[in-house]
Design a protein. Sequence first.
Length: 77
Amino acid sequence: MDVGGRTALHRAAGIGNIEAAKLLVGRNKALPNMENHFKETPLFYAAEHGDRKMDEWLMEVTELTLLMGELGFRILY
């Protein structure tokens, strides 16, 4: 985790590196649900990058109840 609370999965999602993301989640299933200091999950970073394959894959491995409320709105926006 870096000083902003981002994990390696946040970074992989942000650049669209799905192979690295799958390896990371294979080692730690909790990573997709981890939030940085701004309450952003890796899915937020993937959506911001606009990589549809990464978005779809992260939607499969992320606890979707996290998308209720402000975070879900921000991802859709």
